[in-house]
Design a protein around this ligand. Structure first.
Ligand code: ATP
Ligand code: MG
Ligand code: FE
Length: 347
C-alpha cells in the first residue's frame, strides 16, 4: 500500500511517499521538501505569517515533485497522512486543508498524526523496524524532549523536556550574538571544528544531583555565552569564536547525551533514537555514540535530511498507523497547534 505524507508545521513544506508491505516494513519512495528558511533568516527566527504563505505557494509544486520522483500517480495513493500538530497554527492549517482535499478527491482514508511521533517514525525508513520499546531524544528548533516510545503508532510518553529554550533555539540565539548566520546550528558546528571544547567551562543546566532527572534547560548556557562575549568585547579582547562555539557545543552535547543515557538506564531501555534538526550536530552524534557504546545502548540516528522536518516522516508514521489498523481521521479534522505527544493519531 502507498501512503502519502504531508508536513507543514513550521518552515518546511514536505511531501513524502512510502510503500507499506505486508510484513509491516516501510520503504521510502519520495521525499520532496521546500523550505522558507531563507525568508526567515533576516528575522533570526521563523515568522509565522511568512511560513503560512510559503506553504500555500509550495504545496502543489512539492506534491508534483514527490510524485515525479517516485514515478507514481495520485491514483496509486491508498492513504493520506498529515501533521495535525503540534506546530504553528496557520502553517499547519495549509497542510491539513491540502491533505483533506487529496483524501476526499481520491476517496482514501485520512490520518491526522503527531509531528513529534513522525520524527521518531522516520528512523524506520533508514534502520528498519523499531524495537517494542525505545527512547527518543528529539532535539530541534522548537523541541527538546525525551520520549518513551512503546510502538511509534501507539504510545509515546514524554518523560522529560526543556523548561525554557529548545536546544536548536539556543544554537540559533548563540549564533546571533556571535553574528553568525541563521539557522545557527551549521555555522556553530563548523567553527567548533577548529576550536577547543575545554577552552571555556559553560554551565550544564539541570545536571545537579537535586535537579529533575530528565528535564533540560538551555537558557543558562545561552546567557553564560552572552555574558562571556559581552565581557570580552568590553575589555576590547578579540572574541575567540571557534573556542566559544566548541565550548558551547560541548556543553549542549554533554547534557543531552548524559541525560538520554541516564533516562534509558532508568527505564531499562536498550535503544536510543536521536532525531530533529540538532541531531545533525557532529559533536552530539559522536558523544552519543561513545556514551551509548559504553552503556550497551544501541544508537540510531537517521541521516540529517530525515532528521529535519520533511514529509517522508509523516508518510512513514502514517504507514505504521495503517499497519496498526488505526482509525482514520474525519474529514472535519482541524489543526491542533498544541497537540500533546500522547496523541499519535487524531481520530
Ligand atoms: P520543529 O521544532 O517543529 O521540528 P524546526 O524547523 O525548528 O521545527 P528542524 O528543521 O528539525 O526544526 O531543525 C532546525 C534546528 O536545527 C535549528 O535550530 C538549527 O539551528 C538546528 N541545527 C541544524 N543543524 C545543526 C547542527 N549541525 N548542529 C546543531 N544544530 C543544528
Ligand atoms: Mg525547520
Ligand atoms: Fe520538527
Amino acid at each position: 500500500r502507498i501512503v502519502l505524507g504531508i508536513e507543514s508545521s513550521c518552515d518546511e513544506t514536505g511531501v513524502g511517499l512510502v510503500r507499506l508491505d505486508a510484513s509491516g516494513r516501510v520503504e521510502l519512495l519520495a521525499d520532496a521538501v521546500a523550505s522558507s528558511v531563507d525568508q526567515h533568516a533576516r528575522f533570526g527566527g521563523v515568522v509565522p505569517e511568512i511560513a503560512s504563505r510559503a506553504h500555500l505557494e509550495a504545496m502543489v509544486p512539492t506534491m508534483r515533485r514527490a510524485l515525479d520522483d517516485s514515478g507514481l500517480r495520485l491514483s496509486d495513493v491508498d492513504g493520506v497522512a498529515v501533521t495535525a500538530g503540534p506546530g504553528l497554527a496557520g502553517a499547519l492549517m495549509v497542510g491539513v486543508a491540502a491533505a483533506k482535499s487529496y483524501a476526499a478527491a481520491l476517496d482514501v482514508p485520512l490520518y491526522g498524526v503527531n509531528h513529534l511521533a513522525g520524527h521518531v517514525a522516520v528512523d524506520t525508513l533508514e534502520h528498519g523496524p523499531l524495537p517494542e520499546r525505545c527512547l527518543a531524544l528529539l532535539v530541534s528548533g522548537g523541541h527538546s524532549q525525551l520520549l518513551l516510545v512503546e510502538g511509534v503508532a501507539k504510545s509515546l510518553t514524554q518523560i522529560g523536556s526543556t523548561i525554557d529554550d529548545a536546544a536548536g533555539e539556543a544554537y540559533d540565539k548563540v549564533a546571533r550574538l556571535l553574528e553568525l548566520p541563521y539557522p545557527g546550528g551549521p555555522p556553530i558546528d563548523k567553527h567548533a571544528e577548529r576550536g577547543d571544547p575545554s577552552a571555556i567551562d559553560f554551565p550544564r543546566g539541570l545536571t545537579g544531583p537535586r535537579d529533575s532527572r530528565h528535564d533540560f534547560s538551555f537558557s543558562g548556557v545561552k546567557t553564560a555565552v552572552a555574558r562571556w562575549v559581552e565581557q570580552a568585547r568590553r575589555e576590547d579582547r578579540a572574541v575567540p569564536v571557534n573556542d566559544v562555539c566548541a565550548s558551547f557545543q560541548e556543553a549542549v552535547a554533554d547534557v543531552l547525551t548524559a541525560k538520554a543515557v541516564r533516562a534509558a538506564q532508568d527505564h531499562e531501555i536498550d535503544t536510543l533514537v536521536i532525531s530533529g534538526g540538532v541531531a545533525a550536530n557532529s559533536r552530539l552524534s559522536a558523544l552519543a555514540a561513545e556514551r551509548c557504546e559504553a552503556a550497551g545502548i544501541t544508537l540510531r540516528v537517521p541521516r540529517p535530511r530525515l532528521c529535519t522536518d520533511n514529509g517522508a516522516m509523516i508518510a512513514a508514521l502514517g504507514a505504521h498507523v495503517v499497519a496498526a489498523e488505526g482509525k482514520p481521521s474525519p474529514l472535519t479534522l482541524g489543526a491542533d497547534p498544541g497537540l500533546p505527544v500522547s496523541t499519535v493519531l487524531v481520530s
